[in-house]
Every structure is written in C-alpha cells, then in structure tokens.
Design a protein around this ligand. Structure first.
Ligand SMILES: [Zn+2]
Length: 177
C-alpha cells in the first residue's frame, strides 16, 4: 500500500487543508500503519500540551531554598552544640583551678613558680642526661633508632613532669581546705 503523502503529513505534523484532511481520513480508515502513526502523533502532541502545574518551578525553587536553609541551620546547630559542649568540658576541667586561684592566689602563684623552677631543673637534668646519651649513643645506635629513642624520652619526660606537677599541685589545696 502506498502511504504517501499521508505518512509524511503525519510525521511532519502538517497543517492540512480540508481536502487533504478528507483524503487522510479515508486513507486512515483502510490503513492501520498510518492510523497508528496518527495515534502516536496525537499522543505526543497531548503530552506536549501537558505543562507543569502553575507555579511549579517557583514552588520547586522555594522548596530547594527551604531545604538549603534547613541544612545550614542544622550545620549551625551542630557547630553550636559542639562549641558549647567543648566550652563546657573546658570549664569543667578548669573550674577547680580557677576556684583555687580565686580562693588562694598567693598559694597558687607559689605553686606556679615552684612548678616552673621544678620544670627548669628537670629540663636541665634531662638535657644533661640527653647530652650524655648523645655523646655515647651514636657509636652503637643507628640514627633512626636514636631519633625514636630521643622522642620517646622527651615524651616520657613531659609525662613525668606533668604527673609530678599534678601530684605537687594537690598538696597545697589539701592544706588550704
Ligand atoms: Zn498508510
């Protein structure tokens, strides 16, 4: 069967004259191929006609903006809670020191000076020990092991100083109480 020019009319969505329309309709009645084509064209056209509901894009953008704001607010809240808990923890840890400082500042200052003197003498002793080590060690310890040893010693020294400071710090507080 010859589908021209009907097929072309349907494919190109041609504006038909009344005579052409009549010819097409009579062809469609006998041709399933062109009927299917015409139905598809109609379906596509009706699909094109369906536009998004009025204000759809506006609503979409509004929802997007609201979501962004909510996300930002959530982030801000997270940061706020984190900062607050951090400050709270810091306050909880430092409160006893502040308290003792306020109740007995002279004693506290004495303790601080004592600690610094102790730290300086400890560091002096430590450096002397290290100096002896440095003089002796290179002969039988490879450089990288030596570096590890020095850093470990420094760490232990720091821990030692801190623990002794804590211990000595407890004594005047017990006396003043
Ligand atoms: Zn046909």
């Amino acid at each position: 069967m010859n589908h021209q020019p009907f097929e072309e009319w349907l494919l190109n969505d041609k504006n038909l004259t009344s005579t052409e329309k009549r010819d097409l309709n009579s062809h469609l009645r006998i041709c399933t191929h062109c009927t299917a084509l015409s139905a598809t064209g109609l379906a596509l056209r009706s699909a094109n006609v369906i536009a998004p509901a009025a204000g759809f894009s506006v609503r979409f953008q509004q929802r997007l903006a609201a979501q962004k704001i909510a996300e930002r607010r959530k982030k801000l809240w997270g940061m706020f809670v984190l900062t607050l808990s951090g400050l709270g923890l810091l306050g909880w840890f430092t409160a006893p020191f502040f308290y003792t400082f306020i109740t007995s500042p002279v004693e506290w200052i004495t303790v601080i000076i004592g600690y610094f003197l102790f730290a300086i003498t400890s560091l002096h002793a430590l450096t002397e020990v290290l100096a002896v080590f440095v003089r002796v060690a290179p002969g039988f310890i490879p450089p990288y092991a030596w570096m590890v040893l020095v850093s470990a010693l420094a760490g232990f020294g720091l821990l030692w100083i801190i623990s002794i400071w804590r211990f000595s710090n407890r004594a005047p507080r017990g006396v003043s109480a």
